[in-house]
Ligand binder design. Structure first.
Ligand code: AMP
Ligand code: ZN
Length: 113
C-alpha cells in the first residue's frame, strides 16, 4: 500500500519516534507548526479518516487518546496542548491513514482555523 505512515511503521521511511507500543506509534511531524508537533497513528491501516470510525473499530481511537497524556508528557507539553484531526479534503487531510496531531510547546492561539 502506498501509504507514507505505513512505510514509517514498517521502518521503510525514517521517523523521529516519540512513543511506540504494539498498537500505536507517535513521531515528530516533518513540518512542525509549533515547538511540539507530534503525529500519533494506529500501526494498523484500517481507518483512513474520522468518517471511517464506527462502533466496531473505535476502540483504537480510544486507546490512542488514553496514551495522549503520556505522550504529551514525553514531549514536555503536559501543561497544555491541542489534539487535532484533519478529515477529508475540505479538512486539509493529506495522509489517509488516521492520525492525530499533538500540538504544543508554546502558548497556542485561541483561533482554531
Ligand atoms: P494531515 O494533513 O492532517 O493529513 O497531516 C499529515 C501530516 O503528516 C502533515 O503535518 C505532514 O507534515 C506530516 N508528514 C508527512 N510526511 C511525514 C514524514 N515522512 N514524517 C513525519 N511527518 C510527516
Ligand atoms: Zn497507512
Amino acid at each position: 500500500m502506498d501509504c507514507i505512515f505505513c512505510k514509517i511503521v514498517a521502518g521503510e521511511i525514517p521517523s523521529a519516534k516519540v512513543y511506540e507500543d504494539d498498537r500505536i506509534l507517535a513521531f515528530k511531524d516533518i513540518n512542525p507548526c509549533a515547538p511540539v508537533h507530534t503525529i500519533i497513528i494506529p500501526k494498523e491501516h484500517s481507518i483512513t479518516c474520522c468518517n471511517d470510525i464506527t462502533e466496531d473499530n473505535a476502540e483504537i481511537v480510544a486507546y490512542i487518546f488514553s496514551k495522549i497524556p503520556h505522550i504529551a508528557k514525553l514531549c514536555g507539553t503536559e501543561e497544555g496542548y491541542r489534539v487535532v484531526n484533519n478529515c477529508g479534503a475540505l479538512g486539509a487531510q493529506s495522509v489517509f491513514h488516521i492520525h492525530f496531531h499533538l500540538i504544543g510547546g508554546t502558548q497556542l492561539s485561541e483561533k482554531l482555523n
